[in-house]
Design a protein around this ligand. Sequence first.
Ligand SMILES: Nc1ncnc2c1ncn2[C@@H]1O[C@H](COP(=O)(O)OP(=O)(O)OP(=O)(O)O)[C@@H](O)[C@H]1O
Ligand SMILES: [Mg+2]
Length: 1042
Amino acid sequence: MSLLEGSVGVGDMVLLEPLNEESLLKNLHKRFQHKEIYTYIGNVVISVNPYQQLPIFGPEFIDKYKEYNFYELKPHIYALANEAYQSLRDLDRDQCIIISGESGSGKTEASKLVMSYVAAVCEKGEEVNSVKEQLLQSNPVLEAFGNAKTTRNNNSSRFGKYMDIEFDFKGSPLGGVITNYLLEKSRVVKHIKGERNFHIFYQLLAGADAQLLRALRLERDGSCYFYLNHEASRVDGMDDAANFRVVKDAMNIIGFSTEEIQQILEVTAMVLKLGNVELGDEFQANGVAGSSICDEKVVKEISDLMRLQPEVLERALCSRTMETKKEKVVTTLNKIQACYARDALAKNIYSRLFSWIVNRINENIKVSDSAKKKVMGVLDIYGFEILEDNSFEQFVINYCNEKLQQVFIELTLREEQEEYMKEGIPWDKIEYFDNSIICNLIEHNQQGILAMLDEECLRPGMVSDSTFLAKLNQMFSKHNYYESRVTQNAQHQHDPSLGLSCFRIQHYAGKVTYNVNGFLDKNNDLLFRDLSQALWSSKHPLLQTLFPEGDPKQVSLKRPPTAGTQFKNSIATLMKNLYAKNPNYIRCIKPNEHQRQGLFSSELVGTQVRYLGLLENIRVRRAGYAYRQVYSAFLDRYRMLSQSTWPHWHGQARDGVEKLLEELNLGPEEVAFGRTKIFIRSPKTLFYLEDKRRLRIHQLVTLVQKMYRGWRCRTNYQLMRKSQILISAWFRGNAQKKRYGKIKASTLLIQSFVRGWKIRKEYRKYFRSGAALLLSNFIYRRMVQKFLLGLRTNLPSKITDHSWPPPPYKVFTRANLELKKIFHHCRCKKFWDQLSPQKKEVLKEKLCASELFKDKKDSYPQSVPVPFRGDYVMFREKPKLQKLQRDANEPVLMADTVNKVNRANGKMAPRILLLTKSHVILADAQGSKVKTVIGLENVAKVSVSSRQNGLFGLHLTEISSVGSRGDFLLVSEHVIELLTKLYQATLDKMKRQLPITVTEEFTVKFKEDDVTVKVIQSQKEDVTNKVTCKKKGHNHLEVSSQ
Ligand SMILES: Nc1ncnc2c1ncn2[C@@H]1O[C@H](COP(=O)(O)OP(=O)(O)OP(=O)(O)O)[C@@H](O)[C@H]1O
Ligand SMILES: [Mg+2]
């Protein structure tokens, strides 16, 4: 939620209208009623103590404020802490958080909020967490020992605390240093009614178990103890017993050992018990008043705790040794002096214990010097106090607050205004109250009250608090901020409230009347040397270290610096420290005097508003600028926001800034250019710049990251590539080597095999095993040679000679047969080739006759040696016969005389048969008349007897003209030749094979009838092949022949 949206009243009082004290108070009141306890004046947080727990703290709020800028959410201490932390982390500027306000206004609570915020936002990690824990846990311990209930605050800080939290460059806490300022130790021995001693005493009595109490020689009942005012006052809402456990746990966490904790408690118990050491009057023999211990038991218990002889303690309490350069004089102390010594001892032991605890904590949280660190200081000092009876402590406390106010004035009012003027920024001076005059009154080196006090303490002669007051009266008789009875009298004023032994200072926060009684003593802060020596000699390790000056070897006659001087010096150091850092202010306001929630006393708040100078603060703030920076630093920080100034600006820094802001288009009212610095009016503009810068840095970082990643990837890739190439080269090399090795091995193997084979081949002949083969081959070849040579000499001489020499060995049987066949074929071929064509014809006919009749017809073998003459009738010589041929007009292939069997009776009649190329001509025996001409195409088949006879049937086709008269049954003496030539003529002419059936029984057709011709064996011995036919029945013809 924005600062302005839905806010109650005005969240930032710079915007308050009209601006006067009344409206300011009204605004604070209104906001307070609505539980809005925080209000801004620019970057200063005004915090009004709510005296109640509000639900605006805790982790979720921390997370929220972490995310937003200062003005983006409701005013809160978290916002200020966040601003300071971020500025420390990002801008590298040491920070200090100055928390000021009256006692009870909420400073300590505010400081704890700041610390818890910083602890929560900064980085996490085991080491960091332990540092954070230690820093946070220092609070309960210091509060137990350094806080007490006062009339104004139940948990009032009775010491000043400045804590430097140290961070590394990342913003993680490394450790810290705590500086404590003057503990109000007088409280140990005395406090007014209604107040309490330091919390630890009550916590110890309430929280320690019986065993511990026994060990510490303590009673649980607080009323037994004189230093507790005989009353064990309880504080509402404060559980001492529970807090005791918290303190012990915290000490453990910080790193105190169990022994150390025990010793601390023992020392605390000693202090408490010292109050119960009752001292009585005692007169010495010489009549001088002395003192004595009334109750030895208590001293005994204390000395037991101190591990000291009771007499030593007793002596130290009741006497004093005066030491000069020459002699030592022991004097007894009277009762008052002894009581003073006792109380001084108790106060000293306690305040030294407190400082020891702070140092011990520092030891644990300290950072090594070498580490570069950034620092955030948190100052929580006791608040301004006005009591009924104000003493040295209040004077010191108020002085401290006066100084803090001075810091505030210096930094927010004076320096700021001076700066505007110095830088030449138009400025109307705003008046404010400058408290340096009061600071001077107190701290001036020669004429300040503290200097006077010191002088009085050191001055020889009769000095007392009243001589000190007289001196002050004299010195400041005319001082505007100093008053006393004397100065009043001088001015004829009468004020009964101002006591005789009092002086009054008009502090920035109001007039305070101080009673000078005890000032000198407190400033001297004297502890008789007898006491410190006695305690140093104790066997208690912690107690002994608290009194180093008790060591006789360290005896120094020089006075230690007074309490006032010490305090002044430490405050001076603190101021120096604060001025060196960037201040952040939390100004705490107390709404009422009764620590009551919801009660807003305008009068009380008005006083605080006035002395805190809030109105002036608002006025300066309104007219002024929220932010300033020297040009070069500003340019350095924001130059990335413009193209002209990024990455380099070569001109003057101021010109660069002008250019930059011009490009960013910030209105002229928003910025002012001083001589050396740029001023920015509203924080919003600054946040705008910061946001832009953050965005831009994000972009730049992304760019750098991108480049870096790219570079890393590239180099990585190149490395990988190189490695890959190397690996693959090695791999390939290796693979090739392996392959080569394999090939080589194989080649060698093959080579060796081949060589072996070659050599074996070459040398095989020399092998014993090869000899058999060689021999057998040789023998075989010899045998073949012999066989073939033998064959050559025994070849048959004639072609008709079918003899063939037998093979000399069985193995050649097949080859011999083949050779015989080949030889015969070869002979035949040779024989055939040398024949004349006529002879070849004759042989062809013979061959045909053989194919037709061989082994079929009985007369065939006789026909083989007889050559085929063809002409058996002297055809060429008989012109008559030649006439017959003329009819056929074709050459005569055969001319023969045949007998034609009469079909009717079986009688035979001679005929002349002429065979031409296409006809068979039958003529009468005289050859005068052609009887029948048969075309070869009409001869269907021929049947012939297988016997010696020459009978054959000439079957004609039925469709032929001669056919109708029937087939011819003929007898020829040259039947083999005749049928062979008939066969061949048919084949030549008709391209048809004439079927010739060799049979003893066949059927011939005579006109319409079929006559079966059967050849039978003739009974008569006839050399001639005489054939006789007898008709048997109608269609049977019996032919008998040889
Ligand atoms: N923010 C807060 N919320 C609730 N209560 C608070 C807050 N701040 C202060 N208080 C109450 O006011 C009391 C006094 O506050 P605190 O001790 O911080 O005052 P102080 O300014 O340190 O006073 P002194 O100067 O005496 O040390 C606290 O004990 C607490 O009860
Ligand atoms: Mg406090």
